[in-house]
Design a protein. Structure first.
Length: 129
């Protein structure tokens, strides 16, 4: 997987824009991130380190190789921080993004039930009394 695909996957998983990531990583310009997305620059050790510091639930192996998962659960994130000899700090934004993904099946079930109810109402109105 190429660096632009890896970075776009990260942005999608965190549900943020490239501009927001630039701000979160304290870059003076958003161009640093856009240059990676446009294949001008590669994902450097520096930006990977900044991402790891700001988003401890991001899998560093994913950033380096493109191998999933993108986001780690809390236990995996703690283990990663321990291996890197960094203090573990919870990242509520990453947890919120991860939580959104976990809630998708329930949302789809609710949508499906609503669609079934709508179809039943339409079919009932079509049938002669």
């Amino acid at each position: 997987m190429k660096d632009p695909e890896i970075l776009q996957g990260l942005l999608d998983a965190l549900d943020i824009t490239a501009n927001k990531l630039s701000k979160e990583l304290d870059y003076a310009s958003h161009q640093s991130v856009y240059h990676i997305l446009n294949e001008v620059n590669a994902l450097s050790d520096g930006i990977i380190s900044r991402i790891a510091d700001r988003y401890p639930h991001v899998n560093l192996n994913y950033l380096r190789t493109g191998e999933s998962p993108i986001l780690l659960n809390e236990q995996e994130a703690r283990a990663q921080a321990n291996v890197l000899n960094k203090p573990y700090k919870q990242d509520n934004e990453a947890l919120d993004a991860f939580g959104k993904f976990l809630g998708v099946p329930e949302q789809l079930d609710r949508i499906e039930k609503s669609m079934q109810q709508i179809l039943e109402i339409i079919e009932h109105k079509k049938s002669p009394d």
